[in-house]
Design a binder for this molecule. Structure first.
Ligand code: GLN
Length: 443
C-alpha cells in the first residue's frame, strides 16, 4: 500500500493536467498513511475541491482574492472523511468560486482533460474530474448547477449531486446556497456511493440539512422494474454523436420501462438558474474585501482616502472577469427597479420547473445526456452565452433540489439520471449499470 501511495505521489508532483492548486507534502501524507495502517485501517487517498475548507491547508476557491487564505477549521464533510480513514492528497483546481462549466475560469490556470489534454475537463470541479480519471482518485466537488456532473461526463467518470439538504454545506465557500451541495466524484460508481454514505446526514452547523439518505449497496442493486422518463426535447438540444451514444446506452438498461415525452419546462432552466445563481452570488461574495484575509499585504494597492473606493480597487484587482460580471448582474437583478421583472420571475420559473419534475419523479427517474456536447477544445475566453448553454441539462436538478448523477457511457459522454428527493439510491442504481472495473488498492 505504501509503495502504491508513493508512486501515486511521484506522479502527482508533476501534475501535467494542472488538476491541483495545492498538494500536501509527501511526508505528511505518508505519515498519516502509516498511522492508519498501524491501526489496521486502509488509508484512502482523496482529493478535495479548493472551495471546501480544510484546516491548515490553503483554500482559494480558484480565486486570487483568497490566494493566501488558510482556514482555521474543517468543513463538516472533511471532518467526516478524516474520521473514516481518508487522507487528503490535495486541493483540486476549479473555476473561480465555482463559476464556469469548463475549468478554464481558474485564477491558477485551466485544468486539462486526461482523455485528451487539448480539451477541457468540464467544470467547475475540473481538477476533481481530471484526478478521478487520471489517478483513480475519488474526491469531493461541489455542484451548484452541474459542477460535478459536467467533469464526470467529460472525463468519463462518475459524479452525483445529492438531494438538497442531505449533505452539510458548513465550510463550503458559498456561491449560491439554495442550489448547491458538496458532491462526490470518482472513478467508479462504488467509490461515489461510499463517499456519499460518509458525508450525508444532518449537521447542527447547517440548518438546511434535514436527514440522511441511505445509499448502501445501491450501485449493485440492478435496475429491474424501474421506470424512466426521457425528455425528447432534451435530445434535440444535444449534438448528434451525444444523442447516438445516449440512445445506445438506454438499450443497456434491461428491465427499465421507458417513457418518451417532452419536458417543455427545460427551456426555462438556464435563464432561471443564472438569475438566481448570480443574485445569490452577488450577496455571498460581498464578504471579500481582500483586506482582512486572503491577499498578501504586500500585494495590496496603496491605501486611499475613501474606503469604498479602496475596496472597489482591491476587488477589481483580485476578482476574475467572470466573477465580476456575475456580481454586477446579480446586484442588478436584485435592485429595486428590476427585481420583480427578473428575480421574482426567475423564482416563479423555478417553481414551475420543480413542480413538473416532482410530478414526473414520483414513480420514475428522468434520463438524459449530461452535457449537450463532447468536451470542447481549451479556448481561454468564452462568450458567456456559450458557457451558459452548456448547462441546459444539468441545472434543473439544482433548481428543484433533486439528486442527479452522471455515469460514463462513452469517451467524454455521460448519461444523467435524476430522481425524487431522498431517492439518491435510484440514481446510483442507474449509475451502477455503467460501472467500470478500475484497479487501485484504495478503491
Ligand atoms: N456552470 C454553472 C455555473 O457556472 C455551474 C457551476 C457549479 O455547479 N458550481 O454557475
Amino acid at each position: 500500500m505504501i509503495d502504491e501511495l508513493e508512486s501515486l505521489l511521484d506522479r502527482l508532483e508533476e501534475d501535467p493536467l494542472n488538476a491541483f492548486i495545492t498538494l500536501r507534502s509527501r511526508e505528511e501524507v505518508l505519515r498519516e498513511a502509516e498511522e492508519l495502517l498501524r491501526k489496521g485501517l486502509i488509508p484512502r487517498p482523496i482529493t478535495v475541491k479548493d472551495n471546501i475548507s480544510t484546516k491548515g491547508i490553503r483554500t482559494t476557491a480558484g480565486s486570487k482574492i483568497l490566494k493566501t487564505y488558510v482556514p482555521p477549521f474543517d468543513a463538516t464533510v472533511v471532518e467526516k472523511l478524516k474520521r473514516n480513514g481518508y487522507i487528503i492528497i490535495g486541493k483540486t483546481n476549479m473555476d473561480e468560486f465555482g463559476m464556469g462549466s469548463t475549468g478554464e475560469n481558474s485564477a491558477y490556470g485551466p485544468t486539462k482533460n486526461p482523455l485528451d489534454p487539448s480539451k477541457v475537463p468540464g467544470g467547475s470541479s475540473s481538477g476533481a474530474g481530471a484526478a478521478a480519471r487520471a489517478y483513480s482518485l475519488p474526491g469531493l466537488g461541489s455542484d451548484t448547477g452541474g459542477s460535478v456532473r459536467a467533469p464526470a461526463a467529460w472525463c468519463s467518470v462518475f459524479g452525483l449531486k445529492p438531494t438538497y439538504g442531505s449533505v452539510s454545506r458548513y465550510g463550503l465557500v458559498p456561491y449560491a446556497d439554495s442550489l448547491e451541495q458538496i458532491s462526490p466524484i470518482g472513478p467508479t460508481a462504488k467509490s461515489v456511493e461510499r463517499l456519499l454514505e460518509i458525508i450525508a446526514g444532518k449537521d447542527d452547523k447547517d440548518a438546511t440539512t434535514v436527514g440522511k439518505t441511505e445509499v448502501s449497496g445501491c450501485s449493485e442493486k440492478g435496475v429491474e422494474g424501474m421506470k424512466a422518463f426521457v425528455p425528447e426535447n432534451a435530445l434535440d438540444m444535444v449534438d448528434k454523436d451525444v444523442k447516438a451514444e445516449f440512445e445506445r446506452a438506454l438499450k443497456k438498461l434491461d428491465g427499465v420501462e421507458l417513457e418518451f415525452s417532452d419536458l417543455e419546462e427545460l427551456e426555462l432552466a438556464v435563464p432561471a438558474y443564472y438569475v438566481i445563481a448570480m443574485a445569490e452570488a452577488s450577496s455571498n461574495l460581498a464578504r471579500y474585501d481582500g483586506i482582512r484575509y486572503g491577499v498578501p499585504p504586500e500585494e495590496l494597492p496603496p491605501l486611499t482616502e475613501n474606503f469604498y473606493e479602496y475596496v472597489a480597487e482591491v476587488r477589481g484587482k483580485f476578482f476574475g472577469w467572470e466573477v465580476k460580471r456575475r456580481i454586477v448582474t446579480g446586484s442588478t437583478v436584485l435592485s429595486a427597479g428590476y427585481s420583480e421583472e427578473l428575480y421574482l420571475r426567475a423564482l416563479k420559473a423555478r417553481r414551475k420547473i420543480s413542480e413538473k419534475l416532482y410530478n414526473i419523479v414520483k414513480d420514475k427517474v428522468v434520463l438524459m445526456p449530461t452535457m449537450p456536447t463532447k468536451p470542447p477544445s481549451l479556448a481561454g475566453e468564452r462568450r458567456p452565452r456559450e458557457l451558459f448553454a452548456m448547462d441546459v441539462l444539468t441545472v434543473a436538478a439544482n433548481l428543484a433540489g433533486l439528486p442527479a448523477g452522471s455515469a460514463p457511457i462513452a469517451e467524454g459522454v455521460g448519461l444523467q439520471a435524476v430522481a425524487a428527493r431522498w431517492r439518491d439510491c435510484d440514481v446510483l442504481r442507474i449509475m451502477g449499470v455503467f460501472e467500470r472495473p478500475v484497479e487501485a488498492p484504495w478503491l
